[in-house]
Ligand binder design. Structure first.
Ligand code: GLA
Length: 385
């Protein structure tokens, strides 16, 4: 039993007795393909070895009782109940229950305790991991046999409808379908995916956490979605068959340039370029061409910083500094933006000097060191046997 499993087991026994199953769902990194999922483009995430762990069993009362170890707080709710008075973490869980019931699954009351070791607000999708852990756990204890792709969609709806963030499918998908040493190239239109092996001998994924919590992220995120839609509507006046930015060409984006707000033009240009870039980057990765892959990562960063405008000065400095360090293939901000981490592809021999140089520059400018994580692409959500 690892630390997380042990912590929830001790607490679970105290509150609800000893039987129960443990389910774990991980956070994710995304190598490339940012802000493309809700435009039906491609993404390239992988699940990481940091998890939300839940211990759960059906109970014989009429309410669900869920205890969060990290917030030291218990919430009780009927399976079809959700309230604005719930703490934010409980909305994700009650949201999952409600969305499952909408799909016709009769979720019965249960008891659960959960904890996690995914850093919060760092852009590693702790909320998607929470939704995915509960979706898989409930599916397991009531033997619903829901496919993982559908569990991901349930988690996404919980977040869209009940937590108010219009997120795409990437995070829940990566948490539920991730695999050890494998990245997922997901087509966010069809939800088909290709597994791309990722276990380079000499290259590391290093995350540098600005420690800036992305508090702006949810409101600005929803605004980006509206801007993409505004661009799409203008494109549809030219070609009504186009149903998402996935199908738009750069020529079409140029054709609407003078008809839309300049921000809308910038957002759409970034998305169309990023979708193409992601496909190119995946091809490079398949032949272990990290140099090309890294270049695409930098291009993504500049697009996110200048056209999509979801960066901050801390993220920009981390990437700028990474360009000056030997052995760094590529670096970029990762996830929704406005804080959180950069993802860096660094040759193993240079990892230490990377951490040192980037840390030093960051401290000089912002007065504190960023946090670094060396990440392994690990097993996706699973029931602990
Ligand atoms: C957040 C969302 C994802 C995705 C990324 C940006 O993590 O939850 O769906 O849109 O931002 O790529």
């Amino acid at each position: 039993m690892d630390l997380l499993e042990n912590k929830i087991s001790v607490e679970f026994s105290k509150r609800f007795g000893s039987s129960g199953v443990i389910v774990k769902a991980p956070g994710r990194v995304n190598l490339i393909g940012e802000h493309t999922d809700y435009n039906q483009g491609f993404v390239l995430p992988g699940s990481i070895g940091k998890y939300i762990a839940v211990k759960i069993k059906p109970n014989s009362i009429d309410k669900c009782r869920v205890y969060s170890l990290d917030y030291n707080s218990e919430v009780q709710f009927y399976p079809n109940e959700i309230s604005n008075l719930f703490p934010h973490w409980a909305k994700y869980i009650a949201g999952v229950v409600i969305e499952m019931m909408k799909d016709g699954y009769q979720v019965q009351p249960f008891d659960a305790v959960f904890t996690g070791d995914i850093p919060l607000g760092a852009g590693l999708s702790s909320s998607a991991a929470l939704e995915s852990a509960f979706a898989l756990a409930i599916n397991h204890i009531f033997d619903f046999k829901i496919e993982r792709r559908d569990l991901a969609l349930i988690g996404q709806r919980a977040e869209n409808i009940h937590a108010g963030v219009q997120c795409g499918i990437m995070d829940q998908f990566a948490s539920l379908l991730g695999e050890d040493r494998t990245l997922l190239k997901v087509d966010c239109r069809s939800l088909e995916y290709e597994r791309i092996p990722f276990h380079p001998d000499n290259t590391m994924i290093v995350l540098a956490d600005t420690l800036v919590k992305h508090s702006l992220a949810s409101s600005e995120y929803n605004i980006r979605r509206q801007q993409c839609n505004a661009g799409l509507q203008e494109i549809q006046k030219i070609d009504s068959k186009i149903s998402s930015l996935r199908d738009a060409s750069i020529d079409l984006i140029e054709a609407i340039k003078l008809k839309v707000d300049s921000k809308v033009y910038d957002r759409c240009k970034y998305v169309v370029e990023e979708i193409t870039r992601t496909t190119q980057a995946c091809e490079a990765l398949k032949v272990d061409d990290y140099v090309t892959f890294g270049k695409r990562m930098y291009e993504t960063h500049y697009g996110l910083s200048e056209l999509y405008e979801v960066c901050c000065k801390e993220l920009d400095l981390l990437v700028e500094t990474a360009t000056t360090v030997t052995g760094v293939y590529g670096a970029r901000m990762m996830g929704g933006g406005f804080g959180g981490c950069t993802i860096n592809l660094v040759s193993k021999d240079n990892t230490e000097s990377f951490i040192e140089s980037v840390g030093e520059k960051f401290k000089l400018r912002f007065g504190q060191l960023p946090k670094f994580y060396l990440v392994e692409i690990s097993k996706g959500a699973h029931v602990v046997e």
